[in-house]
Ligand binder design. Structure first.
Ligand SMILES: [Zn+2]
Ligand SMILES: [Zn+2]
Length: 555
């Protein structure tokens, strides 16, 4: 009997984001994807959320490399953080590596990191890992599903995918190869499949339908400047918008750092064909009438410092939005970004622009397979075992239900979560729940883990405010020398609450006088008395619970 093959899920099972799992064969580890998650409203001040790399740090000598299924942030955004502790080669399609390269460079890790391209349909040995790379369609070109041929059978990971039958670049999800893998000796032992749209009925429309909408939009709006915001990695979207703009006689300008970078990369790689004389610099757009220009930019997620937000706020150097503009948000808000997106739509409208987004026109389609496609995949591959991945818990539960609908036996469908470890043997699959640390790692600025305590404090401060009381006492007698003085933020508006603040000071003063009378003049004791008296007063008078910081100074 062969040694067990292990799968260790570090992220992405229970949230959209920070996708990362380890495949372990013969004691070696292949890391599949290394993504980030965007913070939501209850993570104040957090820039991004990483997987917990503790397990990988502790086993760094066993890591063979990282394979990127594609270069979206939720799959590749955490690379720079991992590479600092675990410097290993990175495998992926040429484009994925090209897109990820920027991230690695920003972290100053490029010189130490080997980037190894793999090709469509290629079968390659990475250490003990026998990998086969299957083309799939998604919202970034050149994404992969991967078959890992292991001693305990073939594990097929779909990666992020949809079944686009008329993709913009003609590179379809290779159903023939998937079918062949399923028919080879032993078939597919375990399928790991993308659950993002497991609640969405039917089929996800083809990316090429967005091209039709764009052509209509450009045809019907000839006088306004058209500004289209989309993901800079969505090169097929960029291509279709540019093609529609050029066909309507406009010139195209690109805006936003990652947009300019990715378009340049795609043109160098021959993935984006744009006539040189029709692409203009953003500085030159004002030389043309609004109807002669199209701007393709970043900021479709409402990111506050992005090109689109700056334009909407009239803070952009070259582009000011007005009634001469039609702005198209060609994207859907990622969970956590909804508020920012509606805010940017509001500011664009206040600036006078017409705004079109995916709720009002078919200017966006998803990059993920809907229910019928997910069932198609399971039927095509007919795996022995099934584990839904890439989704919130309810997405994965729905996906598991679909598996049962297509006839995969109940006891061969496992809903896993972050931190779970699967051991796969010839006999079956064992699950160890929460076998490795897999909590959220919060990144704020350049400080690694912000920690749950800090976040709790930030939430409390945001909800209740803070009250600081200063008092100076005589070290020998315990008598008050100066104060108490009270400074507050977020509890009450101090300039309008003189009376309340005076009463609060009296409450603190009385408590210290009482304590001193009883001989309790020790500094810590006085602090405790001040805090308790002030807390009780604030609660009685305002029914609020701000953070209270007593500062007692002995002289
Ligand atoms: Zn993706
Ligand atoms: Zn993804």
């Amino acid at each position: 009997m062969s040694d067990p093959v292990r799968l260790v899920f570090l992220g992405g099972l229970g949230e959209i984001g920070r996708n990362c799992f380890c495949l372990e064969v013969e004691g070696r580890i292949l890391v599949v994807d290394c993504g980030i998650m965007f913070p939501d409203a209850d993570m104040p001040g957090v820039d991004l959320v990483l997987p917990d790399f503790t397990y990988l740090r502790e086993n760094a000598d066993r890591v063979e490399g990282v394979f990127l299924t594609h270069a979206h942030e939720d799959h590749a955004g955490g690379l720079a953080y991992l590479l600092r502790d675990v410097p290993v080669p990175i495998y992926g399609s040429r484009l994925s590596l090209g897109l990820a390269r920027n991230r690695i460079e920003e972290a100053g890790m490029l010189g130490r990191t080997e980037l190894i391209p793999v090709a469509d349909g290629e079968r390659r040995q990475i250490g003990p890992f026998d990998c086969e790379f299957v083309p799939v369609t998604h919202s970034v070109p050149h994404a992969f599903a991967t078959a890992y041929h292991t001693p305990v059978g073939t594990i097929l990971h779909t990666g992020d995918f949809k079944l686009d039958l008329s993709p913009v670049d003609g590179r379809k999800t290779d159903l023939a190869l998937l079918g062949e893998i399923a028919r080879r000796d032993g078939g597919v032992r375990l399928l790991l499949s993308d659950s993002t749209n497991a609640e969405r009925p039917g089929y996800t429309p083809s990316e090429s339908t967005v091209g039709e909408s764009m052509r209509d939009l450009f045809r019907d709006n000839t006088d306004q400047r058209i500004i289209v915001a989309c993901f800079s990695s969505h090169l097929h979207r960029v291509e279709q918008v540019a093609a529609a703009a050029l066909a309507s006689g406009r010139r195209v300008a690109f805006l936003g750092r990652s947009m300019v970078h990715n378009v340049t990369l795609a043109r160098e790689m021959g993935l984006l064909d744009l006539p040189v004389d029709r692409v203009i610099d953003i500085e030159d757009t004002s030389r043309y009438a609004p109807g002669e220009v199209c701007v393709i930019c970043t900021g479709s997620q409402g990111e506050p410092m992005s090109a689109l937000s700056l334009m909407a706020a009239h803070e952009h150097k070259w582009v000011k939005v007005s009634e001469d503009d039609l702005v198209v948000l060609s994207a859907h808000a990622i969970p956590g970004n909804e508020i920012n997106v509606s805010r940017v739509i509001d500011s664009l409208m206040r600036a006078g622009a017409d705004v079109v987004h995916d709720a009002t026109a078919p200017v966006h389609v998803s990059g993920h397979a809907s229910r019928e496609e997910l069932k198609f995949m399971m039927n095509l591959v007919h795996p022995d075992w099934f584990v839904p991945v890439h989704g919130e818990y309810h997405h994965m539960v729905q996906h598991a239900a679909l598996a049962r609908d297509v006839g995969i036996p109940d006891d061969h469908v496992i809903v896993c979560e972050d931190g779970d470890v699967l051991s796969i043997t010839d006999a079956g699959i064992d699950v160890e729940r929460r076998g490795v640390p897999a909590g959220y790692q919060y990144v704020d600025g350049i400080v690694g883990d912000v920690g749950l305590g800090v976040l709790r404090d930030r939430r409390n401060l945001a909800e209740e405010g803070v009250v600081v009381v200063f008092v100076t006492v005589d070290a020998v007698s315990g008598e008050i020398v100066t104060g108490p003085e009270i400074v507050t933020r977020g509890w009450i508006y101090a300039p309008e609450a003189d009376e309340l603040l005076e009463e609060a000071k009296t409450a603190v003063r009385d408590s210290i006088v009482d304590a001193a009378k009883e001989g309790a003049i020790e500094f810590e004791t006085l602090r405790r008395h001040a805090r308790r008296a002030l807390g009780r007063f604030i609660n009685e008078r305002t029914r609020r619970r701000p953070a209270i910081i007593p500062v007692v100074i002995e002289v």
